[in-house]
Design a protein around this ligand. Structure first.
Ligand code: DGL
Length: 270
């Protein structure tokens, strides 16, 4: 991206460990189709779900600081539940632009459940966060929230977007782990509390073998971003989206068709 482009219309920057942020970006593009996009993936740090709170509280603000310096975005979206539930406050204090986080959609799930039993699928790190406890206490204190960590779904979503065939046992195992807990038979609403998981929504719905509604926060985040950027004038035509990885650029080749569907066609290394 040239200085001139940066000056004319700053991009929206999305951040995740891998392809998960596409589930958020997809909803944003529907509302803001001409917004310039920079999508950053911390592949060198994937999976965040297996990292410690201290490590992520240091790593995420440091990386976003470098990315903001390089691309001068109008706004940053942390399109990752693990990073948001751990490092959102750290990032907000490190940056002087708006930062939108992605946190488990417990409020919506609580409003929509009929049985009063909600399932939450996330990474190992996300499901143990005090942030999640607070959301549950604030918005679902009269409901039962059953949590299950499904780190294997992160790799399944990555594989799907590389165009590989999915192992249905992995999807089935994750759903069974959630639904076979005590009380799990009454779950009617499942929060997808990792941005990778909505990319597997159809497969998860099939594996549930009964009607369950799946909820994630992407639409709400898109509305929030549209609101925060309502005074911006976007370019007349949609721009080439930029992808940037902390990992090896050669590893990205197999993902390129998936990213192209979101208008991301330039690939760079951080
Ligand atoms: N997509 C990320 C999230 O929403 C996590 C993936 C990972 O473990 O790196 O939590």
């Amino acid at each position: 991206m040239t200085e001139a482009q940066i000056g004319e219309c700053p991009p929206l920057l999305f951040f995740d460990t891998g392809v998960g942020g596409l589930s958020v970006l997809g909803e944003v593009i529907k509302l803001l189709p001409r917004a310039p996009i920079v999508y950053a993936a911390d592949y060198a740090g994937l999976p965040y779900g297996m990292k410690s709170e201290a490590e992520l509280a240091a790593r995420v603000p440091a990386l976003l600081g470098r990315l903001v310096e390089r691309y001068r975005p109008a706004l940053v979206t942390i399109a990752c539940n693990t990073a948001s539930t751990i490092a959102l406050d750290h990032v907000r204090s490190a940056l002087d632009i708006p930062v939108v986080g992605t946190v488990p959609a417990i409020k919506s799930a609580s409003e929509q459940t009929k049985t009063g039993v909600i399932g939450l699928l996330g990474t190992r790190a996300t499901i143990r966060q005090p942030y999640v406890d607070r959301l549950a206490a604030d918005f679902a204190s009269d409901k039962i929230l059953l949590r299950h960590a499904a780190p294997e779904l992160v790799y399944a979503a990555e594989a799907k977007l590389r165009g590989e065939k999915l192992d249905s046992n992995i999807i089935q195992g994750a759903m069974s782990g959630l639904l076979n807990q005590a009380g799990g038979d009454r779950i009617d609403t499942v929060i997808l509390a990792c941005t990778h998981f909505p990319l597997l929504c159809c497969e998860l719905a099939e594996a549930a073998q009964r009607p369950i509604q799946f909820i994630d926060g992407a639409k709400g985040i898109a509305r929030r971003i549209a609101y925060l950027t309502k005074n911006m004038s976007w370019p007349v035509e949609s721009q080439e989206g930029i992808f940037i990885t902390t990992g090896d650029l050669a590893d990205i080749t197999s993902y390129q068709p998936a990213f192209a569907k979101y208008g991301i066609i330039r690939f760079e290394k951080l």
